[in-house]
Design a protein around this ligand. Structure first.
Ligand SMILES: Cc1cc2nc3c(=O)[nH]c(=O)nc-3n(C[C@H](O)[C@H](O)[C@H](O)COP(=O)(O)O)c2cc1C
Length: 169
């Protein structure tokens, strides 16, 4: 297959795959590095490289799950609190082999939307590289990520755009 056909196939194959469908297998370190490296190759105006990614695995990932659950509990009025949703937040993070936080850094050098656009293109590169490596993945954007403090340092000029879940399928 030529490059155009290969690219077309990967773009067409790309899908969001959710943690319930991930196996317990470890994503090889070199594949993980390939995915993150692809993200950094995204176009970005004035070379601001606005994406900030933090990789969560193992114990750090377990702590992220606990913090997300605690935030959900603390920010949801009692009558709206759903035990199922609380459990699901923990399940998804624990079931994924790797979770990457997606943060955009606003440099002030270009409009904010351009930095969000560039970060989104970086995420698409991760999606496509996951597809090419048979890794399931998806971008989750719950509002509660704004409240993360222990697992993630979000500076004044930054915003967390969500979490990128990954797992072998
Ligand atoms: C910016 C962005 C945020 C998203 N946030 C969520 C989310 O919070 N929950 C979710 O289930 N899917 C989320 N998704 C995934 C979309 O639901 C998914 O891409 C869409 O259903 C199309 O499916 P596909 O990715 O398989 O083509 C998000 C996608 C994008 C691009």
């Amino acid at each position: 297959m030529n490059n155009a056909s290969i690219l077309k196939e990967i773009i067409e194959q790309r899908r969001s795959v959710f943690p319930k469908d991930y196996t317990d297998a470890e994503i090889p370190q070199e594949v993980l590095e390939e995915i993150l490296n692809a993200a950094t190759l995204a176009p970005n105006h004035k070379r601001t490289k606005p994406w900030r990614f933090k990789i969560f695995k193992g114990e750090e990932k377990a702590q992220l799950a606990s913090e997300m659950q605690a935030i959900y509990k603390a920010t949801t009025p009692e009558p709206l609190f759903l035990e199922k949703k609380y459990n699901d937040i923990g399940f998804k993070i624990n079931k994924a082999n790797v979770v990457v936080s997606i943060v955009v850094n606003f440099s002030g050098m270009v409009p904010e939307w351009e930095e969000i656009a560039a970060t989104s293109m970086a995420v698409q590169n991760m999606y496509l590289t996951c597809t090419a490596n048979n890794i399931g993945c998806y971008w989750s954007s719950p509002k509660i990520v704004d409240e993360l403090k222990n697992s993630l340092t979000i500076e004044e000029n930054q915003k967390c755009l969500g979490l990128f879940y990954m797992g072998e399928v």
